[in-house]
Design a protein around this ligand. Structure first.
Ligand SMILES: C[S@@+](CC[C@H](N)C(=O)[O-])C[C@H]1O[C@@H](n2cnc3c(N)ncnc32)[C@H](O)[C@@H]1O
Length: 240
């Protein structure tokens, strides 16, 4: 199989109306859609987001499993399997879209996928998407950053030994998959926070309050934004 063009497409956080016009057009045009999922027994959330859009066109759809594990041997196995599946099922397809929740540049599997398929691809285009944290911020109507403020993203508090340093030196901290809420509460308990759960999906929840007040259980599809109000210098570029 030779892929004339591979697209990495961000489909946004889950609400189909947050898809860009470009993503919408390309998704209707491509021959094949690759949509990663984390487990064999679970469907792909990115695919759920675009199911209405791709309904009329008979795309070839592949949902390879990319498990959330640090076991290198297991990862290699699944990546190889995904490549074989795409090359096998995509015979005759010239254009392929790899879709990802949010934006492909933020902790997505797209660039790893590209690395694995590089030798079979002639051209690549990346189409950005609305990130999960932009969606949380817009629903809560709370800005993530203004003026000179510094924003940090922490994907896993436990895995990042400099998390505390980063938190202390940021005005806003975005925690993706915030499974260690007890630890986060210890570090930032009295700060203001927004927790977005399954944002953009029908059962979305947005909880605002102090970090300690958040009792909603967090799971994979949760994003926590904490406003770390540090002592500030007078602002010289308000609104810019
Ligand atoms: C692998 S990262 C991908 C981030 C994504 N590329 C983005 O731009 O937002 C997965 C994490 O993104 C966050 N996330 C993605 N979609 C979300 C949604 N609909 N609601 C809440 N959080 C979401 C969660 O923290 C999840 O654990």
């Amino acid at each position: 199989m030779r892929i004339r063009k591979l697209y990495g497409i961000g489909v946004g956080p889950g609400d189909p109306e947050l898809l860009t016009l470009k993503a919408y057009r390309v998704l209707k045009e491509v021959d094949m859609i690759v949509s990663p999922r984390s487990r064999e027994d679970k469907g792909s959330l990115a695919l759920l987001t675009i199911e209405e859009i791709i309904r009329e066109r008979k795309h070839i759809v592949v949902e390879p499993v990319f498990p959330m594990t640090k076991n290198q041997a297991k990862l290699e196995y699944y990546w190889k399997k995904a490549r074989e599946e795409v090359l096998e099922k995509g015979k005759g397809c010239e254009t392929v879209a790899f879709i990802t929740l949010g934006d492909p540049s933020i902790y997505s599997t797209f660039y790893r996928f590209l690395e694995f398929l590089r030798d079979f691809v002639d051209e690549v285009e990346v189409i950005p998407g609305v990130t999960s944290f932009s969606a949380c911020s817009s629903i809560a109507k709370v800005p993530i950053a203004e003026g000179n403020e510094i924003v940090s993203i922490i994907p896993d508090v436990k895995e990042n030994e400099n998390a505390m340093h980063v938190i202390q030196n940021s005005d806003s901290v975005i925690f993706l998959k915030p499974k260690n809420m007890d630890e986060i509460k210890n570090m930032l308990g009295n700060k203001k926070a927004i927790l977005g759960v399954r944002v953009g999906f029908k059962d979305q929840k947005i909880i605002s309050g102090k970090v300690t007040e958040i009792e909603e259980p967090t799971h994979y599809l949760s994003t926590l934004i904490v406003k770390n109000e540090r002592k500030k210098e007078p602002r010289d570029c308000a609104g810019l």
